[in-house]
Write a protein that binds this ligand. Structure first.
Ligand code: ZN
Ligand code: ZN
Ligand code: ZN
Ligand code: ZN
Length: 157
């Protein structure tokens, strides 16, 4: 089964964590609770007390190291259309976003270059990018927009 491009919580390696590993022989209870917080991973243990944010499970497996979810090149990313900045004073403001892969959003797909490999300045966005409406409440810290449903658009019961 192919791995899904999905956000997955990642944690720091316990090498660098502030929780010293108790001695299994002299402090078996302490060791047990340490193990609960520090599950084994490929190279040692993880520290559940030190989350490093979501990574993409499929990309990270492929790269052999954590690829942040914001850097997954395969999934669609939603970024505000050029010049669109929601007014911070207004809740649930419609925002026009461009949705596409990172290659397309970062002008790295084939449609932005001509046969000589030159960037075509007149191509504003490639045909793979679709324009959608998002809500200002879906804005993430990264500046991208999530697909989380907007609470203002859910009909109240
Ligand atoms: Zn720890
Ligand atoms: Zn990915
Ligand atoms: Zn909203
Ligand atoms: Zn494209």
């Amino acid at each position: 089964m192919a791995e899904q491009h999905e956000p997955e919580p990642f944690y720091e390696n316990a090498d660098a964590c502030p929780h010293p590993e108790p001695n299994n022989e002299t402090d078996p209870d302490g060791w047990d609770s340490w193990c609960d917080q520090h599950p084994a991973c490929d190279d040692g243990h993880l520290c559940l007390g030190k989350p490093v944010g979501p990574g993409c499970s499929a990309c990270s497996t492929e790269a052999g190291e954590m690829v942040p979810w914001s850097q997954c090149r395969t999934r669609d990313h939603a970024r505000p259309k050029d010049g669109v900045v929601p007014n911070p004073g207004i809740d649930h403001q419609p925002v026009t976003v461009w949705v596409g892969s990172l290659d397309c959003l970062e002008r790295e797909c084939d449609e932005y270059v001509d046969e000589d490999g030159e960037d075509i300045a007149t191509v504003d966005r490639c045909s793979h990018i679709r324009e959608e409406q998002a809500c200002s409440c879906q804005r993430q810290d990264s500046g991208e927009y999530s697909t989380n449903p907007c609470p203002a658009l859910i009909p109240s019961a």
